[in-house]
Design a binder for this molecule. Sequence first.
Ligand code: SAM
Length: 421
Amino acid sequence: MGSTEKQVETNGTPVDVSIALKASDLKSVPSLAAEIQSLGSSLRDSDYNGRQALLRKARALVNALETPRETMIKHTWAEPTNASAIAVGVEAGLFDLMAKEGAPTKVDDIAAALKADPALLCRLMRHISAMGYIKEIGPDEYESTTFSKALTIPIIGDGYPCVLGGCFAAIAHLPAYLKRTDFVMPNSATDGPYQSAYNTKLNFFQYLQANPPWGEQFNHHMGGYRQGRPSWMDADFYPVQERLIAGADPSPESPFLVDIGANVGHDINEFLSKHPSAPGRLIMQDLPSIIGQIKPGSIDDRIERMEYDFHTEQPVKGARAYYMHSCLHDWPDDVCQTILAQVTKAMKPGYSKFLINENVIPSTEANWQTSGLDLMMMSLFSSKERTLKDWTRLLEGGGLRIVNVWEHGEGVEALIECELA
Ligand SMILES: C[S@@+](CC[C@H](N)C(=O)[O-])C[C@H]1O[C@@H](n2cnc3c(N)ncnc32)[C@H](O)[C@@H]1O
């Protein structure tokens, strides 16, 4: 075991270097292993919350077993480079090739099929395999896994190149930025860590769209990030029939649902497929560049596509429901207030609802997906994921009343149902 330092002083408190070289919490290992055994033996595929609880224990076991040095190396070397190697693989078509039946398994043959440098592929694949995401079957020979097969689906795979290229510089820049600004909370949507990292005056969305293919890849990423989690439009989450359809104006010209900042329409399309009896008009709105990227046949013809900037007057008045998913978290409070004002001015008192599908961070035991997204928001937009207190202050300050917050377990975005105050 290579250890030279015996002791260092940190803020006057002696810390023995050996703590960085031993398992972080060996005494917890037996009880964690036993809990994992017990939770794992009865887990059902459909049990989302049970699986989350088991994952929490499994992560705790890994943290307990790793030494602090190993954890540091994992964070700073292994995980960033693994994400980068996967992004290269996605761009090069590596995982598509590997997923094909009868595909070559030897790196030389894979390289020949992809017209890639075998020595380069060898190094990338070795690390992806060492991290457990493709399977090594011999020297320079690999086969795909469930995970690497999933990378061939654009809503899974495309997150890597666009996040690595269009987000990571801001995340890596955050410590230097905060140090330079005396650790003050970033709060400018137009002059924050993102603009500083990418040396741009554009906001995140504008920057991605200006740097193809990141814009389109980000649309796919948006289509993928909430897949497989409970959806607010399901019967055991939000009673769509009782709360929205009952009491809605049934005439065909009456607007029923307006999805504002809908991206390429994945949510409203899911809504229509799950609630085909919904009356009236279903409208999706986003910026012209996004509406232009909707692929023919990707959403139901009944859904109206509307170019709209949500900082301007809402053209659809008196809808049964206005809906925003993962849009308000992109903006600091002052900008959110102006976006909310456009919605509230269009709402019909006593009839219209405003449905906000966003994370509500709990006061304890925040899920890692939510806390991670919160720091992404800080780095990319100077914005945040909000607590209930944050939401209440924002929405009540914007002339709305929270009727109910519909929640469905750890790490799942809530549905905040609002009416005019
Ligand atoms: C984080 S994405 C969420 C998309 C979608 N609601 C979802 O959950 O998948 C935010 C969306 O806001 C859109 N957006 C950004 N600025 C906008 C603006 N000024 N007017 C309308 N949409 C905008 C983006 O194009 C993007 O589709």
